[in-house]
Ligand binder design. Structure first.
Ligand code: OSB
Ligand code: MG
Length: 370
């Protein structure tokens, strides 16, 4: 298969409510949508870069630059025997995993549609359901947090993650634990602490959390290893892991006991499959993170989580938590039992509603194979 045409557009979708983490507050979800065409079939994927470099260094502008000037020419030159070949073909480009992933995932989606198979099948997963978890942003105060978590538990979510940062941690967790003693609960700090906070973080041990996600530096695995030795609570890495080599090094150092896999952070499905394999071989649990994706990226995450190593519920929740009107029809919904049905139609498996995509588009560029 040879790619004939690539289309990249930027979309802006208003979030129903601001999402706040230790690194900032998002009110508008602004992202690139990549469409790859060959043999009269088109595949689509969402880029998880943001407008700003506050989670990781890539932005929509760097992703556009790297896609247009480096990745698109490499992809057009490739005779594609399987989508697994994309990531190795991009190897000369260092970093820029989110840009790589967007193009690579669009080719996987195209591949699945061409074979008339759901994405889960070409990825090697299974049909059925996945367990949905939810990520609750920083709230105004403890009462608002209890209210927000109550709403999610009542909606059926089986695992709740809350965002924390210095000064908004122990007391909130303590309060939540009083209301929900048995709830599978975890916290995500998005790199808001340093090793100097080790004692404060160790105080979380008495709340039997499932894990603490990325407490220290966004690019660190050494300090996390030091911290993990001082904590009973498992550390989970997110920001620091950009592929199987990072995962292997982090596990060898003892920097974490659990890994968050975000396809966009590890260069695409090829990277995600490799991290998944590595962790499975070592019996290290993985789960699928989220980046406030629209239905297009959200469904890609649903399919990925049908792989056997995804033994913990991820951060994939219902479209309606974030968007008034999603770009896919039907939207992603969560059952009262806290599950999401895995679609069986080709590709991501739900229809993309193009008039909505057009309405949300800021601009669109088309590149043809030279
Ligand atoms: O650290 O997992 C994170 C959102 C944006 C950037 C980073 C993170 C998150 C989330 C939200 O936690 C997960 C979601 O619901 O998509
Ligand atoms: Mg995280």
């Amino acid at each position: 298969m040879r790619l004939e045409r690539l289309e990249v557009r930027q979309l802006s979708l208003k979030l129903r409510a601001p999402f706040e983490t230790s690194f900032g507050r998002t009110t508008l979800k602004q992202f690139l949508l990549v469409s790859a065409s060959a043999d009269g079939v088109t595949g689509h994927a969402e880029c998880v870069a943001d407008a700003d470099p506050y989670y990781l260094p890539e932005t929509n502008v760097t992703a556009l630059h790297v896609l247009r000037d480096f990745l698109a020419p490499l992809a057009f030159a490739l005779e594609i025997g399987h989508p697994r070949e994309l990531l190795p073909a991009f190897a000369r480009v260092r970093g820029h995993e989110m840009a790589k992933a967007a193009l690579e995932m669009a080719v996987w989606e195209l591949w699945a549609r061409r074979e008339r198979q759901p994405l889960w099948r070409v990825l090697g997963g299974r049909a059925g359901f996945i367990e949905a978890g939810v990520s609750v942003g920083l709230q105004r105060d403890a009462a608002a947090l209890v209210e927000a978590v109550t709403r999610e538990v009542e909606a059926g979510y089986k695992r709740v993650k809350i965002k924390i940062k210095p000064g908004r941690d122990l007391a909130l967790v303590e309060r939540l634990r009083r209301h929900f003693p048995d709830l599978p609960l975890m916290v995500d700090a998005n790199s808001a602490y340093t090793l100097a906070d080790a004692e404060q973080l160790a105080a979380l041990d008495r709340f039997w959390l499932m894990m603490i996600e990325q407490p220290l530096g966004w690019d660190d695995i050494v300090d996390h290893a030091t911290l993990q030795k001082r904590l009973a609570t498992p550390v989970c890495l997110d920001e620091s892991i950009h592929g199987p080599d990072d995962a292997r090094r982090a596990l060898e150092l003892g920097a974490c006991q659990i890994l968050n896999v975000k396809v966009g952070r590890v260069g695409g499905f090829g990277g995600a499959l490799a991290v998944h394999e590595l962790c499975r071989a070592r019996s290290v649990p993985v789960w699928c993170g989220g980046m406030l994706e629209s239905g297009i990226g959200r469904l890609a995450n649903v399919h990925l989580q049908t792989l056997p190593g995804f033994t913990l519920p991820g951060d994939t929740s219902a479209s309606a938590r974030y968007f008034e009107e999603d770009l896919v029809d039907p939207p992603v919904v969560v059952s009262p039992q806290g599950q999401i049905a895995v679609p069986d139609a080709p590709g991501i498996g739900h229809e993309i509603v193009w008039p909505r995509v057009e309405r949300a588009s800021d601009w669109c560029q088309t590149w043809l194979r030279p």
